[in-house]
Unconditional design. Structure first.
Length: 149
């Protein structure tokens, strides 16, 4: 089930956010900063939760930003995370649909920046299935790190 987050869900949202960041290799995470990000984003745009048996298993946390080159308000994700054991196309798709429906409702463009760890192909399929146009490719570099394959 996909549902919109409520204020009572904020501690669970912070925990999922932290899990997602740790999975991407960020270890030194300041809980106060995460809480501040979740709360400020919660007031700017909704967060949609993936829930199974009353357990929150994933989230698409939205925020708003101003596109630098156009000055246009845009909905964007600050976290799109599903616990590994719940990662399947239908769960990704359900969260994306909820975000697209909200985008249509408020009339703002939607931009996702999926961070890729080990499931790049499923993310590409989700974009294609939901008619997203790829507009950016970003990469990360860490000095003195192992070579990326």
């Amino acid at each position: 089930m996909i549902r919109r987050a409520k204020t009572l869900d904020i501690p669970y949202m912070v925990n999922l956010y932290k899990e997602g960041l740790k999975e991407l290799g960020f270890e030194n995470i300041d809980d106060k900063r995460l809480l501040a990000k979740v709360v400020s984003s919660y007031h700017l745009a909704p967060c949609f939760l993936l829930v199974f048996n009353d357990k929150i298993c994933g989230m698409a946390g939205l925020s708003t930003s101003i596109t630098p080159w156009s000055g246009e308000a845009t909905l964007c994700d600050y976290i799109f995370y599903i616990r590994p054991e719940y990662r399947k196309l239908s769960n990704f798709g359900g969260l994306v649909r909820a975000c697209k429906d909200f985008s249509d409702e408020v009339g703002l463009p939607l931009s996702f920046n999926f961070s890729v760890n080990d499931d790049e192909e499923i993310r590409k399929r989700v974009f294609k299935m939901h008619n997203f146009k790829t507009t950016f490719i970003t990469g990360g570099y860490k000095p003195n790190s192992a070579e990326v394959k």
